[in-house]
Design a protein around this ligand. Structure first.
Ligand code: NAD
Length: 501
């Protein structure tokens, strides 16, 4: 168990045992608020490690698939109880490795708790259909069956929640699992795996291999014994995952980037919309797939909105997320901070107006962290790169508009389709927007972030490939339908032919 003072050398978890990587190499997990602080070292796994984990999962599948689902669910339920007890400790460790403020890392662990309880409930709810046959003395039904070995590849921004969104439905439906978490936030996945192990998962049912994408992620995709892949991350890597799965038709779920919009109509509750734009834009330092990185504001209230929005952004306190007085933590890494810096330059070159922020925070308490000012570009043209591309940092682009039709056109004029929000008190506008916005999630009078675990989560266009996380949608993804006909007539009965007489 890692403590706040002692960095530890962590290992992979394969076939119920903590084991060293065959590579002999490690990746350092450092605090992005203070990069001199080493949280721990994790294996830089290679194909050999991955293949051992997949073999263990394949072997465990033989018995796990036959374990009654309510029994599988009892283990999940126990895991949820342990997560509840250790929530604060796990939240603190997550802030240390990921940077987001404690209130948000508590939320991240809570999301894992919610998902684990929800999926524990699914142990007794994996319903199929029973239906009359078109022929006499014949019975028809459908049942869910597991898919096999599930390969789960996850990002760093929700380091416990996202692995739980994938692992819990996979496990309760009878699949066995190999997880490859993001290299920047391995500790939170380690904590989740450790909890499931303590709750009583049999050896090999859940395995974790730490490491980077090419070293440990790619072999997982290429191993012929992984039957299903669930990936959350960038659209760029999602395409690689999709292509790797295609030749052998692996069932593949991709949740990728976003450029989410808040539309503020002239009849909106302005203060409420500003609260939403601040939380949506700068929560998690803008590093949410659902971050509100664009705000389209009706011209009638544009000046008033911008004035208040900028003032609120300036008042945000940036720093170490473990300090309860802090509103916004650092970027995850030096590389991510560089991306933010480059988009600030791009926005200025494109002619967007830098209304506040735009600088890296340096010196003093910021000296060893990857901190950046909350930044707002105003008077943006919707075609500018800062208004169309995912930045994944504390940068929001504000775009003025005249009509609801224009606002929806702006909203839909990008390649992503994850989340969108509208602030209005006009019910007609709210209904038009929820119908016409091309996203998987729409909020009315709330920001683009705030998914609940029992509803489908995911996006369209370049954000997703047609599947959804969470709720019943997740049970759909992690199972295959098997349709069963039982003919007890003792004669040949031909569907579509004999019933036509
Ligand atoms: P990323 O694509 O760089 O990495 C995601 C995961 O893929 C990591 O575990 C990484 O090691 C692995 N990976 C990288 N290259 C690989 C390869 N060649 N083969 C196999 N695996 C590989 O993304 P990130 O920087 O960790 O996360 C940020 C991105 O994730 C953003 O684009 C964000 O929008 C997206 N995201 C989407 C959702 C969603 O639900 N739609 C949720 C959270 C984050």
């Amino acid at each position: 168990m890692a403590t706040a003072t002692a960095p530890k050398a962590f290992k992979n978890f394969i076939n119920g045992e903590w084991v060293e990587s065959r590579s002999g190499k490690v990746i350092e997990d450092r605090n992005p608020a203070n990069s001199s602080e080493l949280v721990g070292t994790f294996p830089a796994s290679n194909a050999e490690d991955v293949n051992l984990a997949v073999a263990a999962a394949k072997n465990a599948y033989k018995t796990w698939r036959l374990t009654p689902a309510p029994k599988r669910a009892e283990i999940l339920y126990r895991a949820a109880e342990i997560l509840v007890k250790r929530k604060e400790e796990f939240a603190r460790e997550m802030t240390r490795e990921m940077g987001k403020v404690l209130a948000e890392t508590r939320g991240d662990v809570q999301e894992a708790i919610d998902m684990t309880y929800l999926m524990a409930g699914e142990g007794r709810r994996q319903f199929g259909q029973t239906t009359p046959s078109e022929l006499p003395n014949k019975f028809a039904m459908s049942v869910r069956t597991p898919v096999g070995v599930a390969a789960l590849i996850t990002p760093w921004n929700f380091p416990m929640a996202i692995p739980s969104w994938k692992a819990m439905p996979a496990l309760v439906t009878g699949n066995t699992v190999v997880i490859k978490p993001a290299e920047d936030t391995p500790l939170s996945t380690y904590n989740l795996v450790q909890v499931l192990n303590e709750a009583g998962l049999p050896p090999g049912v859940l395995n974790v291999v730490f490491g980077d994408g090419p070293g440990a992620g790619a072999p997982l995709l290429n191993n012929p014994d992984t039957n299903l892949v669930s990936f959350t991350g960038s659209t760029e890597v999602g395409r690689i995952v999709s292509e790797a799965c295609a030749p052998s038709f692996k069932k593949c779920h991709l949740e990728m980037g976003g450029k989410n919009i808040i539309i503020v109509m002239d009849d909106a509750n302005l203060d409420l919309a500003i609260d939403g734009a601040i939380w949506g834009g700068f929560g998690t330092t803008g590093q949410r797939c659902t971050a509100a990185s664009r705000v389209a504001v009706h011209k009638k209230i544009y000046a008033a909105f911008v004035e208040k929005f900028v003032a609120r952004a300036r008042s945000l306190r940036v720093g170490d997320g473990l300090d309860p007085a802090i509103d916004m933590g650092p970027s995850i890494s030096e590389q991510q901070l560089k991306t933010v810096r480059s988009y600030v330059e791009i926005g200025q070159k494109e002619g967007a107006k830098l209304a506040t922020g735009g600088h890296r925070l340096e010196g003093g308490a910021y000296a060893r962290g990857w901190f950046h000012e909350p930044t707002i570009f105003t008077d943006c043209d919707p075609k500018m790169r800062v208004a169309k591309e995912e930045i994944f940092g504390p940068v929001v682009s504000v775009v003025p508009f005249d009509t609801i039709a224009q606002a929806i056109e702006i909203a839909n004029g990008i390649s992503y389709g994850l989340s969108a929000a509208i602030y209005t008190r006009n019910i007609n506008h709210a209904f038009l927007a929820q119908r016409d916005l091309e996203t998987g999630i729409v909020y009315v009078n709330a920001p683009t972030i705030g998914a609940e675990t029992h509803l489908p989560f995911g996006g369209i266009k370049n954000t997703g490939n047609g599947h959804r996380e969470s709720g019943e949608a997740a049970v759909d993804f992690y199972t295959e339908w098997k349709t069963i006909y039982i003919d007890y007539s003792d004669r040949l009965q031909r569907a579509q032919i004999d019933n036509a007489e």
